[in-house]
Design a protein around this ligand. Structure first.
Ligand SMILES: C[S@@+](CC[C@H](N)C(=O)[O-])C[C@H]1O[C@@H](n2cnc3c(N)ncnc32)[C@H](O)[C@@H]1O
Length: 245
């Protein structure tokens, strides 16, 4: 049974205040790079996995998508998505991605933002995605970067007292699996995977890699958002684009 932390009131009340939820895609610093990976959405059949408030689902429709199916586990996230959407071309649905089955040869674009690192059974989902994408269809997703998920203890940036040099302590990169984090509430479950695992999963599931980005702010972005300099120590986001051959 999947953990559904987004439906916990304390978690949700804090999560809704994040920039990426109040401002939508423009409040997500990695969005411009992710957007570049997308093909044209005109007339596309689109699947949005872990759709949350539906920001991407609505973006896809505004870009001309024929239909969007948004799937999420959380009732609260979907309630919010429904309340923000007035469009018959978008269908939101509550389901667990851990045991999702998808129709054959259905979608032109499958998208997922910051959701796969919650899943234990990613290989099965990626196989479903591969089967449900049309030939030449695109798969674009983001996850928390493996260096970010790796530490087994909450690894804050540590500062060397003598030199002032900052570092991120990675103690178990090659040990994949559950990481328990404190994020708005205690005991949030995430899954750590290595970079090789993500890449090999795609290659063995019939995908060709088209984009691979370890997100980092530009010098200009750093000037207006000095707090993002932590990204120079270790990346938070891994962004991937692939095509079904
Ligand atoms: C960080 S939020 C991202 C939401 C949205 N994609 C965005 O970028 O704004 C992660 C989403 O994944 C959903 N999620 C987590 N585990 C899931 C599961 N097993 N099945 C379906 N959705 C899940 C959560 O409910 C949440 O809405």
């Amino acid at each position: 049974m999947s953990q559904n932390v987004y439906d916990q009131s304390e978690f949700f009340e804090n999560y809704v205040k994040l920039d990426r939820q109040t401002k939508g895609l423009d409040g997500a610093p990695e969005w411009p790079r992710l957007r570049e990976m997308l093909p044209t959405l005109k007339e596309a059949q689109v699947l949005d996995l872990g759709c949350g408030f539906g920001w991407f689902s609505r973006f896809a429709r505004s870009g001309g998508a024929a239909r969007v199916r948004g799937i999420d586990l959380s009732e609260k996230m979907l309630e919010k998505a429904h309340s923000m959407t007035a469009d018959d071309g978008i269908a939101y649905e509550q389901a667990d991605l851990e045991n999702l089955t998808l129709p054959d040869d259905e979608y032109d674009v499958v998208y997922s933002s910051l959701t796969f690192h919650y899943l234990t059974n990613l290989p099965s989902l990626v196989a479903e995605i591969s089967r449900s994408l049309k030939r030449g269809g695109r798969f674009v997703f983001s996850v928390e970067h493996p260096l970010f998920t790796a530490p087994t203890t909450p690894s804050l940036v540590v500062v060397d007292e003598d030199t002032g040099r900052k570092a991120w302590q990675v103690d178990a990169y090659q040990q994949e699996g559950l990481r328990t984090r404190s994020w708005f509430v205690e005991g949030v479950h995430k899954q750590h995977r290595t970079m090789s695992t993500y890449i090999n999963l795609l290659l063995s599931s019939g995908f060709r890699l088209t984009d691979f980005v370890e997100w980092c702010p530009s010098q200009e972005e750093l000037k207006s958002n000095p707090g993002w300099d932590v990204e120079l120590i270790r990346p938070t986001f891994l962004l991937v684009g692939a095509v079904k051959d």
